[in-house]
Design a binder for this molecule. Structure first.
Ligand SMILES: Cc1cc2nc3c(=O)[nH]c(=O)nc-3n(C[C@H](O)[C@H](O)[C@H](O)COP(=O)(O)OP(=O)(O)OC[C@H]3O[C@@H](n4cnc5c(N)ncnc54)[C@H](O)[C@@H]3O)c2cc1C
Length: 326
């Protein structure tokens, strides 16, 4: 029976949503490919994560649970995934297009000699082979890509692939493995910067600010609206380069790729490099005083107006709305 292997990323003892999306997508493809679904989880004290992967569609979970794997390191993590691929000879390998996935997937692909299609936003099975859709040239065009040979390896854009309800009655087979943990580069320490805040790439709602805010002293207007909506905060490169906010908030070609349900762009012109990181959002709301700003071309809803007047009013309205819901 052919198989599909997925890489499961976790943080602070919890699976990250894009990992579950990858398993759920593998389950969906498994029907057409008549394949079994395998997930690979690498880390320390991670065996407990297997049941959730099973509930979302994994038939088998390969667990590499070693104290030396507590912090992510490219080489041993890639080695573990490559080991499973060598053993299972899967038709398809799916990895989330997260920072970790972007790092580990090319290394795995090189090890196993697979073609890697990155940042896929849709997958389909045609004549028993995988077909992927992915943006190119900063989102100006969408390419349909097929692979030669196997495994057909893809990274999946977070928040694009549907995550259905978990089925706790699905119990996966757990296979324990060990991997050589030698690494030329190791994590010496981790300095968390955004504790307690919603992670940008996994957020369902993002409120982003641009140069229209005029200065760092006004960025609290964006943060205030985000807090009122339970949203993550994003930014354009212009404000990151100006030093108003840290690079971790940057959305776009050289920042993070996001696909929330709702993206609110405040004082952002909509340069192609910014759109590259957010145009696959389900709903885009733009607030800009220039009616000809390119952001309005991709926006579902647009408000032509002064954000200094609008953001405080929207924040108050959001507070009232969400207070009524809780
Ligand atoms: C190789 C390369 C990579 C890049 N990568 C990225 C990237 O990853 N992400 C990214 O964002 N950019 C990126 N850029 C930069 C990009 O080209 C733009 O320069 C940048 O996105 C502009 O940011 P902005 O929209 O905040 O500023 P601006 O383009 O200056 O737009 C500010 C907007 O605010 C509006 N405004 C002003 N005052 C108000 C007000 N009072 N109320 C409402 N609206 C107001 C204006 O009408 C204007 O539309 C990249 C560029 C290059 C060359």
């Amino acid at each position: 029976m052919p198989s599909i292997v997925t890489f499961a990323e976790h943080r602070d003892g919890r699976l990250r949503r894009p990992s579950l999306e990858a398993v759920a997508e593998a389950r969906r493809l498994a029907g057409a490919l008549e394949a079994s679904v395998h997930a690979v989880v690498v880390g320390a004290a991670v065996e407990g994560l297997a049941s959730e992967l099973g509930a979302h569609g994994a038939d088998t979970v390969h667990v590499f649970d070693q104290p030396e794997l507590a912090s992510y390191a490219t080489e041993p993590y890639a080695r573990a995934v490559a080991q499973v691929i060598a053993a299972e000879k899967p038709a398809v390998v799916l990895v989330p297009f997260t920072s970790m996935g972007r790092d580990v997937a090319p290394r795995v692909a090189a090890r196993v000699g697979a073609g890697l299609v990155s940042d896929c936003i849709a997958l389909a099975v045609k004549d028993g082979r995988l077909e992927a859709r992915r943006p190119m040239y900063a989102g100006k065009v969408y390419a349909t890509v097929r692979w030669e040979g196997e495994p057909q390896m893809a990274t999946l854009r977070p928040n694009v692939f549907a995550l259905g309800a978990a089925d706790a009655s699905r119990k996966p087979e757990v296979r324990k493995g060990t991997v050589d943990t030698t690494a030329r580069a190791k994590v010496a320490s981790v300095h968390a910067t955004a504790s307690g805040k919603v992670e940008l790439t996994e957020a369902q709602i993002i409120v982003s600010g641009g140069r229209g805010l005029k200065g760092p002293e006004n960025f609290h207007l964006v943060e205030g609206l985000a807090a009122a909506m339970g949203a993550a905060v994003g930014a354009s490169r212009a404000v990151v380069d100006a030093g108003w906010v840290d690079h971790q908030y940057q959305v776009g070609q050289t920042g993070k790729t996001v696909s929330p349900t709702l993206y609110v762009a405040c004082g952002i012109s909509g340069a192609i490099q910014h759109l590259a990181g957010m145009s696959s959002s389900k709903y885009i709301v733009a607030i800009n005083k220039d009616a000809d700003a390119p952001i309005f071309k991709v926006a579902n809803y647009g408000i032509v107006g002064d954000l200094f007047e609008l953001l405080p009013k929207l924040t108050e309205a959001a507070k009232t709305y969400f207070a009524g819901k809780s």
